[in-house]
Design a protein around this ligand. Sequence first.
Ligand SMILES: NC(=O)c1ccc[n+]([C@@H]2O[C@H](COP(=O)([O-])OP(=O)(O)OC[C@H]3O[C@@H](n4cnc5c(N)ncnc54)[C@H](OP(=O)(O)O)[C@@H]3O)[C@@H](O)[C@H]2O)c1
Length: 264
Amino acid sequence: MISPITGMKDAFSLAGKNAVITGGNRGLGFGIARAMAECGANIAILCRDIRKAEEAVAELEQFGGKYDRFACDVTDRASVRKAVAEVEEAFGSIDILVNNAGVSCTKALLDMDEELTDWYKVVNTDLNGCVHMTYEVAKRMRDAGKGGCIINITSNAGFMVNHGQPMSPYSCAKAAMNHFTKCMAVELGEYDIRVNGIAPGFTNSELSVHIPPENMSYINTQTVAGRFGEPIEVGALAVYLASPAAAQVTGTVQVIDGGYMLRC
Ligand SMILES: NC(=O)c1ccc[n+]([C@@H]2O[C@H](COP(=O)([O-])OP(=O)(O)OC[C@H]3O[C@@H](n4cnc5c(N)ncnc54)[C@H](OP(=O)(O)O)[C@@H]3O)[C@@H](O)[C@H]2O)c1
């Protein structure tokens, strides 16, 4: 059982916690890495582009914790197993896992090739990547007996059919991640591992630069907040979910989309 906080002192602190963040080298993943590092966490970044990860690690150094990067392709179970073992060796244990790595695809099903290459690429990265990482990390959290926290970065596209851009593999992978979050919250709860999701809406990153210009005014009008989100704002929510303040929060998916879905 996870003890409740008794006051607000250190309620949002991640001091000394070891966090693994897939895709932490850029975009939302780096926003989460930065927010968690500022709140005291040590960070292990897992991704494919190691040069970009080295730049991210260098930027985190200002916060005075331990930061490192590990090559990992989340679609490949052997690569995940190797990277998680390397993190354990370097950091000792893992307290927080953020399943953030993801790709998108804006193509109608009938425009895909006969191999359904785009479908499998998105599902293998977003959904199966999250499952591969959870399997390797949650086993270690269970065996260490100290509990833990898993945060899955899904999307508001997991709750609706997006306007203007066909993206069924992405929406379906994210919807499945939302339900995986609930299943894991129940299965892993007995080991004091909390599992939650964050479902961002349009947020500034390399993923969002591919949005066609003709969709931009629709998106900004539809969003109550009137603008795209920033990676650090998603990071702030991730800090809360990972912190002692959220001890009673598990199996939820928190939408952070500036109110975009309210008008859908
Ligand atoms: N931006 C948005 O508007 C938005 C909205 C809702 C949800 N999201 C979600 O937020 C997450 C991050 O997206 P983003 O906008 O920051 O996108 P991004 O800038 O394109 O970053 C994607 C990240 O995923 C990593 N990645 C992709 N495939 C990988 C693989 N096979 N193995 C390991 N890492 C992989 C990339 O690193 P490498 O290329 O180096 O491997 C990169 O760090 C995604 O899950 C996305 O679906 C984004």
